[in-house]
Ligand binder design. Structure first.
Ligand SMILES: C[S@@+](CC[C@H](N)C(=O)[O-])C[C@H]1O[C@@H](n2cnc3c(N)ncnc32)[C@H](O)[C@@H]1O
Length: 243
């Protein structure tokens, strides 16, 4: 492996490789999230129907917020994450449930090699901002390679839509709103996100998506931070694998 390759195992910001972080993840997140509603919202946003013969890849699957619901609607689900302890939590959640079509893979945006047929949908929720922009671009090229032509990429993440000149006021007011919703404990996680993780500007994301062979069919953000993208693969790019 090349020495210049980004180390996905080092976890910028919140460290999801820690067992206690993984164990408390769902309890913390369910204070302000409803995974099932989020899944339905995603399917409506993408206008995805008749998915029973389709395959989905969930990049940065964490404890299975998307993958576990997706398993009821898709033929195959590949749930990929760099954190083995997050995957362990996801596995635990389906232990006594009749779910047999999720394949968990301990790998990342830059290391996962999709060996099976090309897929219909790649989803990534609250994970893409873990990569700096250069590596986001490489990850998008790799996602392009996994997808069938006209397949969809769904990104749900923090992306900045505000004027950079106003960043201080915008960030403070967003964090205050988030604290109201998710509680005081979550405030420092959001501060860490802004300080140490790699959320980027919407115009940068747009350019990267285009260069990776996608058109953005939909981009919505209610608060100029949390953003959903529906992106369609429109060209094959013949990416050479990183050495
Ligand atoms: C905030 S959690 C989101 C988990 C899940 N998608 C959700 O909606 O709850 C971020 C996840 O991204 C994973 N992650 C971080 N860097 C990654 C990378 N380079 N490739 C794949 N997953 C990564 C972390 O291990 C963590 O499980």
């Amino acid at each position: 492996m090349s020495k210049w390759l980004y180390d996905e195992g080092k976890h910028c910001g919140v460290d999801y490789s820690k067992a206690d972080q993984a164990e408390m993840y769902d309890e913390q997140h369910q204070k302000f999230r409803d995974y099932e509603k989020e899944f339905k919202r995603m399917m409506d946003f993408l206008e995805f129907r008749n998915t029973k013969d389709m395959t989905l890849v969930d990049m940065g699957c964490g404890t299975g917020a998307t993958s576990i619901f997706a398993a009821n609607f898709f033929k195959n689900v590949y749930a990929v994450d760099v954190s083995d302890v997050m995957i362990k939590q996801a596995r635990k959640k389906i232990e006594h449930r009749n779910i047999h079509n999720i394949r968990f893979v301990n790998a990342g945006f830059l290391s996962y090699r999709h060996q099976a047929e090309k897929v219909d949908l790649v989803v990534t929720k609250a994970a893409f901002h873990h990569l700096p922009d250069f590596w986001k671009q490489i990850a998008l090229l790799r996602i392009n390679k996994m997808l069938k032509m006209k397949g969809l990429l769904y990104i749900h993440d923090v992306v900045f839509h505000f004027d950079p000149k106003e960043h201080g006021r915008k960030i403070n007011s967003w964090i205050a709103g988030f604290e109201k919703l998710a509680g005081k404990e979550f405030r420092s996680e959001i501060e860490t996100h802004i300080r140490e993780e790699y959320s980027t500007f919407a115009w940068i994301m747009d350019g990267m998506l285009r260069r990776a062979g996608f058109t953005v069919e939909k981009c919505e953000s209610a608060d100029e931070f949390i953003t959903e993208y529906a992106c369609r693969k429109v060209s094959d790019l013949n990416l050479e694998e990183t050495a």
